[in-house]
Design a protein around this ligand. Sequence first.
Ligand SMILES: [Zn+2]
Length: 345
Amino acid sequence: MLRGATKKKSRPLHSGLDAVGQPRYGMRVIDAELWANQSASPVMLAFVAFLGALWGSFANVCIYRMPPTDENPKGLSVVQPGSHCSHCKHPVRWYDNVPMLSYLWLKGKCRDCGTSFSPRYLLVEAAVAMLFVAVYYYVVAIAYTDTAPTEQLIRSGVLAAFCWLMVVIAFIDLDHRLILNKITYPAIPIMYGLGLLLPGATWKTGLIGIVVGYGLVRAIADLFWLVTRREGMGYGDGKLLAIVGALFGWQGVLVGLFLGSLVGTTLLIPILIAGRIRAACQPNDKTDEDNSTEPDSVEDCNESEEEDIPNWRRVELPFGPFIAIAAVLFIFIEARLRLHFFFLW
Ligand SMILES: [Zn+2]
């Protein structure tokens, strides 16, 4: 018998749902049978995708405005002013502000001055839309089909919020090598709170997850610093893992850390190889320039004996995006992991 699968029967008092997963104090708001037939219909999925694209649009705003810059050390407001062209400052018309679609019909250009917008706007909107659909479909049609409609909706909402957060954090880290405290500090309690809404959650899970997430990275980072006197992981990665732990417990943290490293290494090797090919093709005067700032960075270019040893020390990749990818993957593999590693839960 699979213990992991049968364990989550107990429903805590604070979940706000009664024994069949409907909200307490009141009538049933969703007809279960109708829901079972319609929840994964194309219309519903399209609606979820539309919601995701809207949130993706807001993710873009956060990614571009929240990080500190030279002119705005505290970042910009995500509320004001409204969307505008960064080149000519013209506000975007309401009918040009439809997520994804307007990018396509304007062919990625400003209607007023013709400046091209980065295709990343489209990418982020599409990514959030797809994640919303994936999470929703996974919950209502694959993994939690036997749970009540309200429960499925709450779970999809919480997981979608988590995915949205991971996208924002990953792209800011990719751009700036920063995981912003002004995102992580509120996100940790918010995710902890949202985690408590999930049926079967206990107050301990998230707290342990937060402590393990931050503590583990802090321990690794401090040890790395003691041994090598160089910075490896940042504390920001720890705060990111604390968010993961707040929702998924320490199991989520472990998966985030190890699967994240795995994803990171698999992506790192091609990047390293590509980087070495590029470095080998570059003329020598270019490498001299680098030499002035980083003395030991390019010596392997000139010494053929060390040619085959990749310069791991030189590579600095943000770890946050890999943790984020792993954490999102965790959503879809958690049930399976629970079956195989039930003794951990
Ligand atoms: Zn413009």
